[in-house]
Ligand binder design. Structure first.
Ligand code: GUN
Length: 305
């Protein structure tokens, strides 16, 4: 007799979904330009020479250009005074060719990040980090349109879940991690989609049993393989936002998520891999947000994701 076959999660292909989203953004850019509006413009600002940040900023500018947008790359030295950065932001805020402003984080220690984010015009805040946009997301009604910029990684998480599950009304969702960049905005987006949401963190008691009640698990805690297979309700959707670089025996490193992939694969209904899950969605959603900002600037309604 054949062994009883273990259920195996369907892998959510974030790379393919992000590629499709990019194609839709490119089509949206063509449609916008055909109305006589200028190309959407994305300004990226990098302070200092952090190698990883340089790679990220370059890839964002390159993708913007590939999708038919104008890209403006601003590089400032590591000793740049906060006032100089604020002056650049004021110039970008006033420039009608710029629809999106992205200040790459982290900023050098001598610069007050909150003050810089506050200086960005909320309509051009394609990261969704301005307190006005944070507040809009925090007070959004169920099902209301996302007609303001929403942080890119959380937006990517909600798009992947909607694509995989369809309606999520009434599902129990657990968000592991309460960061302002990921955990909290993910929770707000899932609440908007009528999930019953639990936000957990390092001080949460009996996380495993809370997790076992969840139909949707979003792991965003920054600890490799933290979420274990026996925490997962059979058939649940597990979205792994973690990107942890761990050393391997051969002296190299490899990327692992916050979820124990091999343990969860036979239990979950859906699972995002790392890499190739949530990661590619972040930059695709940045492009989506830039198009939306350009549509708003041209007096058009935002488009659905
Ligand atoms: N640094 C790492 N991720 C991000 C991001 O999504 N936006 C910005 N501005 N900086 C980052």
């Amino acid at each position: 007799m054949a062994d009883a076959k273990l259920p195996t999660a369907k892998l959510i292909d974030g790379k393919a979904f992000a590629a499709g989203l990019q194609q839709r953004v490119a089509a949206g850019v063509r449609e916008l330009v055909a109305t006589g509006a200028p190309k959407p413009g994305l300004a990226t600002v990098l302070v200092g020479a952090d190698p990883a940040s340089q790679v990220y900023v370059r890839s964002k500018g390159k993708l913007a250009a590939e999708l038919g947008m104008a890209s403006f790359d601003h590089r400032l030295g590591p000793e740049t005074a906060e006032a100089e950065l604020l002056a650049l932001i004021a110039t970008l805020n006033a420039d009608p060719a710029i629809n999106g402003i992205l200040v790459q984080l982290p900023l050098p220690k001598h610069i007050d990040t909150a003050c810089v984010l506050l200086a960005i015009d909320p309509a051009k805040d394609v990261d969704g980090f301005h307190p006005i946009n944070v507040g809009r997301l925090g007070s959004i009604a169920a099902g209301a349109p996302l007609d303001f910029p929403v942080p890119c990684t959380p937006l990517g998480v909600s798009m992947l879940l909607q694509d995989a599950l369809g309606s999520m009304a009434g599902l129990n969702a657990i968000v592991i991690g309460r960061s302002t960049l990921v955990g909290r905005p993910v929770a707000q987006l899932l609440l908007r989609l009528d999930c019953t949401v639990t936000i957990t963190h390092s001080r949460t008691r009996d996380l495993a049993s809370l997790c076992r009640q969840a139909d949707i698990v979003v792991a965003a805690i920054g600890k490799p393989a933290f979420v274990r297979g026996d925490w997962i309700k059979p058939g649940a959707a597990v979205i792994d936002v973690g990107i942890n670089r761990i050393p391997t025996a051969d002296g190299k490193t490899r990327l692992v998520g916050d979820a124990a992939f091999a343990e969860i694969l036979p239990v979950a209904g859906h699972l995002t891999p790392v890499p190739g899950g949530v990661g590619p969605m972040t930059v695709a959603c940045l492009m989506f947000n830039t198009l939306q900002a350009a549509r708003c600037a041209a007096g058009l309604a935002v488009s659905a994701a």
